[in-house]
Design a protein around this ligand. Structure first.
Ligand SMILES: Nc1nc2c(c(=O)[nH]1)N[C@H]1C(S)=C(S)[C@@H](COP(=O)(O)O)O[C@H]1N2
Ligand SMILES: [Mo]
Length: 159
């Protein structure tokens, strides 16, 4: 394979996460981009219904830092305004999880949720980032290979 084709392949293999929804600055982020935020570390244990207790060490930015930088469409000065916002995460295989904005907001649930850039010392550039919820007993919300994160403030008008 020529060097150019090898380089193109390498580029194609780098996973991207689409940040979309009610955001002033929607974007596409690679794992390399995630390394630009302050990095947190989490040693976690969670139970999987099929494979028992798993232990992992993750590093990466806080999900809250990354999404705040994208400009979610609420008035930051009005705390109640944030409570109608949801965060929908999708993995490569279609595994989904929903969170409320308040879960990760420092004024509310303050969950130290990471958008992990490494797992057990290995970079996630090709696999894509993984959601890390140190407070979860079960592993099901640790969505891996995240392809899209949608911030949705649409609950304003319901019912
Ligand atoms: N994309 C994706 N992420 C996923 C899942 C999945 O099916 N797809 N399963 C979840 C479940 S049920 C568990 S227990 C953990 C398992 O993580 P591990 O195999 O890395 O320990 O991943 C979670 N993340
Ligand atoms: Mo699981």
């Amino acid at each position: 394979m020529s060097r150019t084709r090898a380089a193109a392949r390498t580029t194609a293999a780098v996973a991207e996460v689409v940040l979309a929804g009610d955001l002033a600055r929607p974007s596409r982020l690679t794992v390399a981009d995630l390394l630009g935020w302050p990095q947190q570390q989490a040693e976690v244990a969670f139970e999987c219904a099929t494979s028992g207790v798993r232990h992992h060490r993750f590093t990466g930015p806080l999900l809250h830092d990354v999404l705040s930088a994208a400009g979610p469409g609420f008035d930051p000065a009005r705390r109640k305004d944030r409570l109608r916002f949801l965060i929908a995460l999708t993995g490569t295989d279609g595994h989904h999880s929903l969170m409320s904005w308040a879960e990760i907001d420092p004024d509310f649930g303050r969950a130290p949720v990471l958008l992990a850039a490494t797992i057990d010392g290995a970079p996630l550039d090709r696999a894509g980032p993984q959601l890390v919820l140190p407070q979860d007993r079960c592993g099901a919300r640790y969505v891996s290979g995240i392809t899209a994160i949608r911030v949705d403030g649409g609950y304003r008008s319901w019912p």
